[in-house]
Ligand binder design. Structure first.
Ligand code: DGT
Ligand code: MG
Ligand code: MG
Ligand code: MG
Ligand code: MG
Length: 269
């Protein structure tokens, strides 16, 4: 087919191919979720509805898109790891990033009511995205460890901060003052002695964030029987084994997780 004289403008498109064999990570983060959480009355410091909605969106991303082997989420962010040898959209970074972000954002709106039955969605949320390449298994593991350590540090701080406000009646400024210069041990101690909270008993989802991995699950459903004719109209339960993104609330920093799930990092990916 003859090309138009305008064809040359295609050459203005920048090449953004991700380096071969690297892990491609797309991280999304809610835009101005400080305000979004306030406006939608999120529980402080953790709103389990909001976290579960984030995970539902991430599961949708994993199922709708190609080649994601693991995802990790906490607070208003989710990271998606594409297999090293993925050749999806010829490894174009902009394709990875925009498809993850748009699928996630539309899912957030689509599934909102399933998690926030009594809280209308007041305005359309947005998510920023970035692509980062990790050249080795170790750097990828360290990336995920970094996000999980961030989850831990923020959650410990927020748990004490809000206990001081909600249970001791401090103002946010006073709570901030009280926590200035404290180490993790000091925060654990305040929680225990002042609020009888053992931090380790707080829900794993809050302390560790959410890891999504592919696992075989048996799905049971009832369905109309088609044959034989005499049984027509009867319903029976059918069990199918499917591979689904399943949430785990576990440690990613130590070796145990990677030993239990060797397939995630294996060369075949
Ligand atoms: P950004 O990302 O620069 O556009 O701005 P933000 O406001 O999204 O800041 P970011 O991402 O550093 O921090 C996440 C905010 O989301 C933080 O202010 C607290 C809020 N948030 C996330 N999860 C929850 C939750 O479960 N409950 C409440 N109350 N707030 C949450
Ligand atoms: Mg931010
Ligand atoms: Mg944010
Ligand atoms: Mg964030
Ligand atoms: Mg198109």
């Amino acid at each position: 087919m003859a090309k138009s004289k305008f064809e040359y403008v295609r050459d203005f498109e920048a090449d953004d191919t991700c380096l071969p064999h690297c892990w491609v990570v797309v991280r999304l983060d809610g835009r101005n979720f400080h305000r979004f959480a306030e406006k939608h009355n999120f529980a402080k410091p953790n709103d389990s509805r909001a976290l579960q909605l984030m995970t539902k969106c991430a599961q949708t991303v994993m199922q709708e898109l190609e080649d994601i082997v693991i995802a990790y989420g906490q607070s208003d962010e989710y990271s998606f790891v594409f297999r090293r040898k993925s050749n999806w959209f010829k490894r174009r970074a902009s394709k990875f990033m925009t498809l993850v972000a748009s699928q996630f954002a539309s899912s957030y709106v689509f599934y909102w009511r399933d998690y926030f039955a009594d809280q209308p969605l007041l305005y359309p949320p947005g998510f920023d995205g970035r692509v980062v390449l990790y050249p080795s298994n170790q750097t990828l593991k360290d990336y995920l460890s970094w996000r999980q350590a961030d989850c831990h540090i923020n959650n410990l701080y927020n748990t004490v901060f809000w206990a001081l406000i909600q249970q001791s009646g401090l103002t946010p400024v006073q709570a901030q003052e009280r926590l200035k210069g404290t180490l993790a041990g000091d925060k654990n101690e305040i929680l225990f002695s002042q609020f009888h909270i053992n931090y380790n008993d707080e829900p794993q989802m809050y302390r560790k964030g959410t890891v999504l991995v592919w696992q075989k699950v048996d799905e049971v459903r009832t369905q109309e029987v088609r044959l034989p004719a005499e049984m027509e109209g009867e319903r029976m339960t059918v069990t199918r084994t499917r591979t689904r993104p399943v949430p785990l609330y576990c440690d990613l920093i130590g070796d145990a997780f990677w030993k239990e799930h060797p397939d995630i990092l294996s060369g075949e990916n």
